[in-house]
Design a binder for this molecule. Structure first.
Ligand SMILES: [Zn+2]
Length: 94
């Protein structure tokens, strides 16, 4: 597989796509899905993998869900707590 380099938000230098993670977040920024970077080349493709049905994707987009590409460090900072049930997103709205 060719070495795909990507530029991601909050990072000054490009990183290897294989070292990144796609994350699906809801309107609060809480992560619900995660997959390794090389499983999709674009946000749209990643969203199709997370949410196969068009109608469901459109609803998520309307509700502010986003697909983000995160480096390992960003993933640990922004998403890991969500999967462990320890993040601030759910707490602030509970
Ligand atoms: Zn969260």
């Amino acid at each position: 597989m060719p070495e795909l380099m990507v530029q991601i938000e909050g990072q000054s230098a490009p990183v290897r796509l294989a070292d990144c993670f796609w994350v699906l977040t809801d309107g609060r920024g809480c992560a619900f899905g995660s997959m390794v970077g090389y499983s999709a080349a674009t946000e749209e493709a990643a969203h199709r993998d997370f949410t196969p049905r068009t109608r469901d994707r459109d609803r998520q987009t309307r509700q502010g869900w986003r697909v983000r590409l995160l480096s390992k460090d960003q993933w640990r900072h922004d998403a890991e707590g969500c999967f462990l049930g320890q993040c601030q997103h759910r707490r602030t709205t509970a």
